[in-house]
Design a protein around this ligand. Sequence first.
Ligand SMILES: C[S@@+](CC[C@H](N)C(=O)[O-])C[C@H]1O[C@@H](n2cnc3c(N)ncnc32)[C@H](O)[C@@H]1O
Length: 250
Amino acid sequence: MHDRIKDLLSPLEYDEAERRQLARLMVCFAELPKPTELLEHLPEFEAHREAFLNAIEGTDAEALEERFLELYANVHMHEARYTDEERKQMDLAGGYWSHAGGLSPILKASAWISPATVSADLGAGNGLQGLLLQHLYPHQLTIQYEISSEMIKIGHKLQEWIGIPEERVEWIVGDVCDQVFEDIDFYYLYRPVRPDTERGEAFYENLAEMLDWGERPVVIFSIADCLKKFLSRRFKEFYNDGHLTCFTST
Ligand SMILES: C[S@@+](CC[C@H](N)C(=O)[O-])C[C@H]1O[C@@H](n2cnc3c(N)ncnc32)[C@H](O)[C@@H]1O
């Protein structure tokens, strides 16, 4: 199935390596068992998967890509649930809601994650992004930081369903503004808080300072980036497509 999907995707503008990873992700979603434990959260999953499986049998690359993106968006879930307390805490730093970072950071990460990598998603939602990174590039540990306890509960079920071993993922329920980040090699973030609030600005300032402590090289994948202006000169931007910005430390 992998080779068939990869060939079918060839008219689209992915480079060879990304097309291979995208085909692997598609095979994963095509072959996963019915998510019985998750259906209450993903009531439309089976309909989206059916449409995706039909597109695999077809000849239209764009239709296949679209049906897959719809399925991915369904599993990512765009509405996080928050307790009153979590919402209050989140509003202090202008917390950003559960929009999906998309597939491009996942496909582009292959060169930056090795089996020894510790990765983290700061504001992980249900953790799908980190779980897909683990699926494609199995590595030491993924730390999922998220303020919504409900999304983390769903994330545990997603982890089991996708088949990522328990010891590969650590889930931390809490406010990213209160965390100390260290011993992480690959940071992924999609604007968990807004830099135009006092608390949000302090988060980016502190994160940039913590990133400077470590001695090992660090890679940052940032969607809708607002960290750049806080980073020290040790960090160089090596990719920016207006959606995803990537940095490495020298
Ligand atoms: C834009 S979404 C990104 C989701 C996922 N990382 C992705 O890229 O697809 C931002 C996430 O940050 C979480 N968030 C917002 N404020 C937060 C805070 N103060 N601490 C931890 N997580 C927070 C939201 O609940 C949401 O899941």
